[in-house]
Design a protein around this ligand. Structure first.
Ligand SMILES: Nc1ncnc2c1ncn2[C@@H]1O[C@H](COP(=O)(O)OP(=O)(O)OP(=O)(O)O)[C@@H](O)[C@H]1O
Length: 354
């Protein structure tokens, strides 16, 4: 029997050729899946199209676009039995990367065709759905500054350049976090609350990695005092994330919890899944196992979960290192480390007026 699905396609996402990309998707999927294709417009968003598809009774929705498009569709599918297919064509593609979904259209279509599903956590963030992470401070300001035109011209480099600009105006803010009857007060430059974040979202990587189906959120607070410390702390986070190792650093505080409220002084912007959508205060709660996605089978899932449950939060999770990935990780770490150093120099050149 032919399967059927609604394909929600953002024609302006990413830097590729959308016509070519759509043709490729159709050529891969339509032999096996009867597709109802809906394109997003400036006026009609992916969430509205998903709601219309649900009213028609679809059981599978495939979202194709950047993190904004995929997150908008996912938000509508939370706590439903409708399956989400992901074809990521955006700038960062954090959503797909965090969930272990490969990055080519061909591989992503293959995963949908294979039909294996996985149930992952999501979160409610000031009543808005969140899949990847919520960011306050440095990352939210970086996202705010990386405008559409800059992303179109430069891709991921837009975020790096925007990050450099933000470093120049870096200011600490007071943050108060309430969770499980505890009150924590810190001076912060960045607060990240992650459900499932890829290593490249390094400001969220206090625990070394996030687990998408553990029923918990990972909070990471960066408390460094100046640019040099922030760059060093970011590099430490990135390295640990690439090795799946928990961080141990004086300027990083992190823990796992189900629900928390966060207030800041002064109020700060909040970016949810890559878009700045509201301001502090923030109430955020994990919704365990609330979204069904097509995903590759990951043999490590079960062991990851056991490790997360068994290990105390501050232990160093050395058993989690995937040795075969270590070399690749170091290569990426070196590359991104180099970029961080470049950011550091760019900062000094700019403050000195070169
Ligand atoms: N046809 C369209 N014309 C103009 N804007 C559109 C259209 N369809 C969707 N949008 C806008 O695209 C944005 C979502 O883009 P999305 O996040 O999917 O891609 P991206 O920005 O390339 O990816 P990333 O978030 O990874 O950078 C929304 O703001 C939405 O309003």
């Amino acid at each position: 029997m032919t399967r059927s699905a609604c394909l929600i396609f953002n024609p302006v996402a990413g830097q590729g050729d959308p016509k070519q990309e759509l043709t490729q998707i159709l050529s891969l999927l339509t032999p096996k899946i009867d597709l109802d294709i809906k394109k997003t417009t400036k006026e009609i968003g992916a969430d509205q199209l998903a709601q219309q598809a649900i009213k028609k009774g679809v059981k599978t929705i495939i979202a194709s676009g950047g993190d904004g498009t995929i997150s908008a569709v996912a938000g509508v599918l939370i706590n439903s039995d409708i399956r989400l297919g992901i074809i990521a064509r955006g700038t960062a593609n954090a959503f797909a990367s965090a969930l272990g979904i490969p990055n080519t259209i061909e591989e992503q279509c293959q995963i949908i065709l294979e039909g294996k599903t996985k149930v992952v956590d999501t979160a409610l963030c000031n009543d808005k759905p969140m899949i990847v992470l919520a960011a306050i401070g440095l990352e939210a300001e970086t996202i705010k500054q990386a405008e559409r035109e800059m992303k179109d011209n430069l891709g991921q480099l837009a975020y790096i350049l925007s990050g450099v600009q933000q470093l120049q105006t870096l200011e600490k803010f007071d943050v108060e976090i309430n969770h499980e009857n505890q009150k924590i007060r810190l001076g912060a430059i960045a607060v990240s609350i992650a459900n499932a974040a890829p290593p490249t979202s390094f400001l969220a990587q206090g625990p070394g990695r996030t687990i998408a189906d553990d029923g918990l959120l990972d909070i990471t607070v960066i408390t460094s005092d100046n640019v040099a410390e922030t760059v060093a702390t970011s590099y430490h986070l990135l390295q640990k994330a690439l090795l799946n190792n928990e961080t141990e650093h004086q300027d990083i505080t992190h823990w796992r919890t189900k629900k928390m409220t966060i207030t800041t002084n002064p109020p700060q912007r909040i970016a949810i899944d890559g878009d700045v959508v509201c301001q502090t205060p923030l109430t955020i709660e994990c919704m365990p196992k609330s979204l069904t996605i097509f995903a590759p089978a990951q043999p490590s899932d079960e062991s990851s979960k056991q490790e997360a449950n068994l290990l105390p939060l501050n232990s160093n999770n050395k058993s989690a290192i995937n040795v075969s990935n270590v070399k690749t990780s170091f290569a990426i770490s070196g590359l991104l480390g180099g970029l961080l150093i470049l950011m550091f120099f760019a900062y000094f050149l700019s403050v000195r007026g070169f």
